[in-house]
Design a protein around this ligand. Structure first.
Ligand code: ASP
Length: 361
């Protein structure tokens, strides 16, 4: 396993190890880390129209010589994009790059814009499952040349974690290590940009010390996937959303995640069953529907109220429970890349991947 720890379950059931190490205790042999650049604020220059990603990974590293003392780094500049422009095709590109280089490196650092980093982290968690090597996403709220930037700390921490942290996909940002399936951008400006939703932080990095709160899952080898179906939509309800909007979304997409209210339910205005009927017809046409909540924490439970319970008992739909919306969207794309059969989709959806769902229904 990564980090040189002993993995008791290596040859049988997955086991766990925990670590608390300092980078000041240098490794005897330096780790080989691949840095994959994709753009974002961290790599941005100021242009007349605003910040634009222009710096490549080698240029980023030249701002942080400390990283060269910690490990050997090779760089691949895959994209130079504001993450607003990152799409599922780019997630596949990152996963392919990790796969093609997997055997040659001990860990991977992906520099990425913060805006859609949580989606990329979720998608990579499904595309690269059970990696014994750390795959770390990081970025920054301020460009690397900016006075008081968070870029240098985040990059250093990300490399430290790639050298010594747990396997799997995680975001390292502002000293926190967050599981890739649990991350959400919750602050648009301050350095504490990401939160872990319905799951604890895995670790913290303080002054180049790695403090692991959670034991590492030990994986023998990764399983890579190379297909996603991006015909997935997300509908956030507001009070009064016309049922026609739902109908449009179900015509346009083959998979639909619906962010409803509270623990979950669909409106029945004055007893009008339009929402229910539209979803019923969509499911009959083979559409996959996932119900979730727009409440930031604690997840859904459709069974509590009539407005949700009726749906759950009568229709073959899926429920996200404690999953993040980002993970629900990415998981649905990953599932639809493999099957459209409801029973198989249901099996895959509720099977935990990288601790994305805890709730047992
Ligand atoms: N708009 C930028 C991006 O997501 C924001 C950032 O990186 O912080 O690429």
């Amino acid at each position: 396993p990564a980090g040189g720890a002993v993995c008791p379950g290596r040859h049988g059931k997955p086991g766990y190890v925990s670590m608390s190490q300092s980078i000041l205790t240098e490794e005897k042999t330096m780790k080989n880390i691949l840095m994959i650049g994709t753009g974002g604020t961290i790599a941005s220059e100021m242009t007349p129209s605003g910040l634009t990603p222009e710096l490549n990974s080698t240029q980023l590293l030249s701002f942080v010589p400390r990283i060269g003392e910690m490990c050997h780094v090779d760089c691949i500049q895959l994209y130079s994009l504001d993450s607003t422009n990152i799409r599922p095709a780019h997630w596949l590109g990152v996963a392919k790059t990790v796969r093609e280089n997997y055997d040659r490196y001990d860990g991977f650092v992906i520099s990425h814009g913060t805006d859609t980093m949580a989606y990329t982290a979720a998608a990579l968690s499904y595309l690269i499952q059970g990696s014994p090597k750390p795959i770390v996403l990081t970025g920054a709220q301020k460009p690397i040349w900016f006075d008081g930037t968070d870029s240098k700390r985040n990059l250093t921490d990300a490399f430290l974690y790639a050298c010594r942290g747990c396997g799997g996909v995680q975001i390292v940002f502002n000293g926190k290590v967050i599981l890739g399936t649990r991350a959400r951008k919750t602050c648009s400006k301050s350095f504490q940009a990401f939160s872990s939703v319905n799951y604890p932080d895995l670790a913290v990095v303080q002054d180049e010390h790695l403090l692991q709160y959670m034991r590492c899952a030990c994986y023998p080898s990764p399983v890579f996937y190379d297909a996603l179906d991006d015909k997935v939509g997300l509908l956030k309800l507001i009070p009064g959303t016309p049922a026609a909007v739902l109908e449009f979304m179900l015509d346009r997409f083959d998979g639909l995640v619906i962010e409803s209210f509270g623990v979950g339910g669909l409106p029945e205005y004055e007893g009008d069953a339009s929402y229910f009927d539209i979803i019923h017809r969509g499911i009959a046409r083979g559409k996959l529907v996932v119900m979730t909540t727009q409440v930031p924490n604690e997840g859904s439970n459709l069974a509590v109220y009539h407005v949700g319970g009726r749906l759950k008992s009568a229709l073959r739909l899926l429920e996200a429970y404690d999953m993040t919306t980002e993970a629900a969207v990415a998981k649905l794309m990953w599932i639809m890349g493999q099957t459209r059969d409801f029973d198989e989709a249901e099996r895959l959806f509720y099977r935990p991947v990288a601790r994305d769902i805890l709730y047992e229904n």
